[in-house]
Design a protein around this ligand. Structure first.
Ligand code: NAP
Length: 263
């Protein structure tokens, strides 16, 4: 039996590594998906490969209220309602100590990773309330439960959405809407390539290479590897579906054991 039969899901960051994997799994499980991202060509190509009978897209910047309102409206107009929001768009910002961290970069990371998620909740909850049910899944991170030197904005943002999720879970429980976070360790996507490059640049040493940096990240994960986007999407699918009907207000790790120790 397919697990999202008849459900309508909005996925922000839908053209990125994790969002795209979730879109494919959700659609394969019977959902109609609305992908939200900034680049039309990438969205068009993913929607084309999933099939226009199952997927549509909206070009939007999640930080802008009218655009967040617009993607919820587009989902309702195209598919008839919203059952699932995967608030997943995110940026990594810089790798730099707080004293050197650019203020504009800090503001931008908080705008996308916190305000963007909050706006998604603000406009999707009324649409879900009309249907009397819904599931909201927010992509946090292992950076949402512990610090990482050099990543103050990102770590702040991923902690913040856990507080947001807990508050939303309390507000939404009487409405039949569940809210949870998914917290991945490093996953094989563009974002980790970018972080590896920034780490190498920040080291300022000829010893530092992308390969060594990746090995160092992997060494801190008990399963000794990065995760694949599909492994994260499977947890998102569980939380989006009625299989998780008693789960709300929870922080769900998908981290190869990263959070089990104190390494
Ligand atoms: P990704 O491939 O870079 O995907 C992120 C997507 O979000 C990109 O398509 C990006 O578009 C989009 N986006 C950024 N700012 C946006 C905005 N203002 N409005 C609309 N879309 C925007 O990275 P990913 O790894 O799939 O990341 C997905 C989520 O997982 C993020 O929240 C990230 O923090 C989280 N996460 C990732 C990892 C990891 O190791 N990869 C680990 C833990 C958590 P552009 O390409 O145009 O910027």
């Amino acid at each position: 039996m397919v697990r999202l039969q008849g459900k309508i899901a909005i996925i922000t960051g839908g053209a990125g590594g994790i969002g795209q994997a979730a879109a494919r799994q959700f659609a394969a499980e019977g959902a109609r998906v609305v992908l939200v991202d900034r680049e039309e060509a990438a969205l068009q190509s993913i929607v084309g490969s999933i099939g226009e009978d199952k997927a549509s897209y909206v070009v939007a910047d999640v930080t802008q209220p009218e655009q967040a309102q617009g993607y919820v409206k587009a989902a309702v107009e195209r598919w008839g309602g919203v059952d699932i929001l995967l608030a997943n768009a995110g940026i990594e910002g810089a790798v730099s100590p707080i004293t050197d961290y650019a203020i504009d970069t800090f503001d931008q990371v908080l705008a996308v990773n916190v305000r963007g998620v909050w706006l998604g909740l603000k406009y999707v909850i009324p649409a879900m309330r009309e249907r009397g049910s819904g599931s909201i899944v927010i992509t946090s991170s292992t950076a949402g439960i512990g610090g990482t030197a050099g990543m103050s904005a990102y770590v702040t943002s991923k902690h913040a959405v856990i507080g947001m999720m807990r508050t939303a879970a309390l507000e939404c429980a009487p409405l039949g809407i569940r809210v949870n976070t998914v917290n991945p360790a490093p996953i094989e996507t563009r974002m980790m390539r970018s972080l590896e490059e920034m780490r190498v640049a920040a080291e300022d040493s000829s010893e530092a290479t992308i390969e060594r940096t990746k090995l160092a990240f992997e060494a801190r994960i008990p399963l000794q590897r990065y995760g694949d986007p599909e492994e994260v999407a499977k947890l998102m699918l569980f939380l989006a579906s009625d299989d998780s009907s008693f789960c709300t207000g929870g922080v769900y790790m998908v981290d190869g054991g990263r959070s089990a120790g104190n390494t």
